[in-house]
Write a new protein. Structure first.
Length: 553
């Protein structure tokens, strides 16, 4: 597909320079364009900032008819249209929140003899719910003016992805109605299972797949234990490494965003918060100020990000645990788009795991923004919840791992091989000079599992650790846990070591955190349970567990 003798090659090269102002093509852009212009269904996996838009905007410009683009966010669409109009490329969009006369005007233009638009953007719910739009598309198709269908952020189709949107699932209708029209599906994030799901749900035929490495060599990755002094640590980090530079701090809740922004302002940073329940005008103004460098640090939920095109973001900090490795990779991907070095720092505490798990279980987590998705239906609920929990556990496992290369850990998740020597000490684990030793912790693991059972699977992980280490606290005595045979079995083991083994058992799903609302005010509690199926081999003495610890010698 990289050949340069297609009938459209000259026009492609000329217009890439003249209209889009690019000197050359970036990796895979030419290949994707040639494949879609040849009439194939194409699936593109390209990291954020890789230049996906050009792969359909340039073909749209040199094709006679119209390209339909399905994109999830109105803000993203508006941004794209602004750029297209600046380049004199006629484009329009339709969304549910537009006034009806305005929509009618655009639909009328579509019916005009020579359709005046090169690109028509719509949100997915428009396709799912507007028969009128489908009729217009049929009309364009009958007049041979429908050239191509583009599905942007295609991972939203998949239930297994981190950003599922129910309206995306209805997009399969496009291929059913227009089987001969080439579809181009684009995403910056998809594991093998997500990719399969997308190809199937959209009904793509003999699809050509392009993917390139998801490694971002200019990003520096680290995970830092989150303590009570986290905000002071963040202040020191920004002051020391990125003062007056531009960055994003991802927070879990809206309240966290406001608190973190407030504190950073006190520390003297130009900070602001951003989340979905803000007044839309204020939200847009914050984003604008940030884009113009009037605000340096934006404290945001995941609502902030998709479509953010600022090249010089120098740091992305996660104030709490991201919900999946895919989400994390995409959020970090907003840093260093200009290719210059940027930092990605994640502050991790196990208690955040319980918090996020609770939010996901009870639907309190903020989805990637302003979704058009309906409330989850009960039939999809349990599968979705399971996927969410698995995605979250993988994230915990990533954070708990203080040995393996961070790039390797992320890329393996996308099915990509990575030789850790190529990290060149650009992640915390690879640059760590500690000596590590393997330690067999099977006995500790077995005792912890037995202890969870002895405590009737009704107590939290910190209580189990207290009993294990021989605490005589009121709560231990009140529950007569000081009388259990395993009380104090771990008193000679460092607390950090025992808790690391326990967390490893959770990551391996031998123990399970069962989160609940503990009172009417909605505070959270979690109790440890044993997953009998997974615990069986360990308890039967047929599994050994080895962990690496820093050498004390
Ligand atoms: P993605 O959608 O993959 O995140 P975009 O399509 O938004 O990326 O492109 C990111 C940036 O790269 C944009 O500013 C775009 O103008 C620029 N860009 C895209 N292709 C090229 C190219 N061939 N040469 C130079 N700049 C490019």
């Amino acid at each position: 597909w990289s050949k340069r003798d297609f009938p459209w090659t000259k026009e492609l090269e000329d217009n890439n320079k003249k209209v889009f102002g690019n000197h050359s093509f970036r990796p895979n852009q030419r290949e994707v364009i040639n494949a879609t212009m040849s009439g194939h269904d194409v699936f593109v996996l390209m990291p954020t900032g890789g230049g996906k838009s050009l792969t359909y905007q340039l073909p749209a410009f040199i094709s006679p008819g119209i390209t339909l683009v399905i994109s999830p966010l109105v803000s993203l669409i508006q941004d794209q249209i602004m750029h297209l109009l600046q380049a004199n490329i006629p484009a329009a969009y339709l969304s549910a929140n537009m006034e009806w006369p305005e929509q009618q005007g655009i639909l009328r233009d579509l019916c005009s003899e020579h359709c005046i638009y090169k690109l028509l953007y719509v949100t997915p719910e428009k396709v799912a719910k507007s028969d009128f739009l489908l009729r217009q598309l049929e009309n364009l198709h009958a007049r041979e003016l429908l050239d191509r269908i583009v599905i942007d952020e295609a991972h939203c189709v998949s239930q297994w992805g981190h950003d599922f949107r129910p309206d995306y699932q209805g997009l399969g209708i496009l291929k059913q109605k227009f089987p001969k029209i080439p579809v181009l599906a684009l995403t910056a994030t998809a594991t093998a299972s997500v990719k399969e799901d997308v190809v199937q749900a959209l009904g793509l035929v003999d699809c050509i797949i392009f993917r390139q490495s998801f490694n971002r060599p200019n990003l520096r990755f680290s995970v830092i234990p989150k303590t009570k002094k986290c905000l002071e640590d963040i202040d020191k980090f920004i002051r020391g490494t990125h003062f007056d530079q531009c960055g994003i701090i991802y927070c879990l809740s809206r309240m966290d965003c406001e608190k973190v922004a407030e504190k950073l302002k006190e520390y003297g940073h130009k900070a602001a918060f951003y989340h979905a329940s803000m007044d839309p005008e204020l939200r847009a103004s914050v984003q604008k100020q940030w884009s113009k460098d009037e605000i340096n640090v934006i404290c945001a939920t995941v609502a902030f990000g998709m479509g953010i095109n600022k090249p010089d973001v120098r740091f992305v900090i996660h104030h709490s645990l991201p919900k999946s490795i895919e989400g994390y990779h995409q959020e970090c991907g907003r840093a260093g788009r200009d290719g210059q070095i940027a930092s990605c720092v994640l502050y991790y505490s196990y208690s955040d795991y319980i918090r996020v798990k609770y939010m996901l279980s009870y639907g309190a987590a903020e989805q990637t923004p302003f979704t058009y998705g309906q409330p989850r239906t009960s039939s999809t609920n349990s599968g979705r919840l399971e996927t969410n929990s698995e995605n979250l556990l993988r994230m915990v496992s990533y954070c708990e791992n203080d040995i393996d290369c961070r790039r390797f850990l992320q890329l393996v998740h996308f099915g990509e091989k990575f030789d850790c020597s190529n990290c060149k000490k650009t992640c915390d684990n690879c640059s760590n000079t500690r000596t590590l030793v393997d330690k067999d912790v099977t006995m500790i693991a077995k005792q912890l599992v037995e202890l969870v059972k002895s405590c009737k699977q009704q107590f939290s992980s910190s209580h189990i650790l207290d009993v294990f280490r021989g605490s005589m606290s009121q709560i231990v005595k009140r529950n007569k846990h000081n009388l259990l045979s395993l009380h104090g079995a771990g008193k000679h083991i460092a607390k950090g070591e025992a808790s690391r083994v326990l967390r490893h058992l959770v990551v391996e799903e031998i123990l399970v955190e069962d989160v609940k609302k503990s009172d009417l005010y909605g505070s959270t509690s979690s109790v440890l349970k044993v997953n009998e199926q997974k615990a069986f081999t360990l308890l039967a003495g047929r599994q050994t567990i080895t962990l690496r610890f820093p050498s004390t010698a």
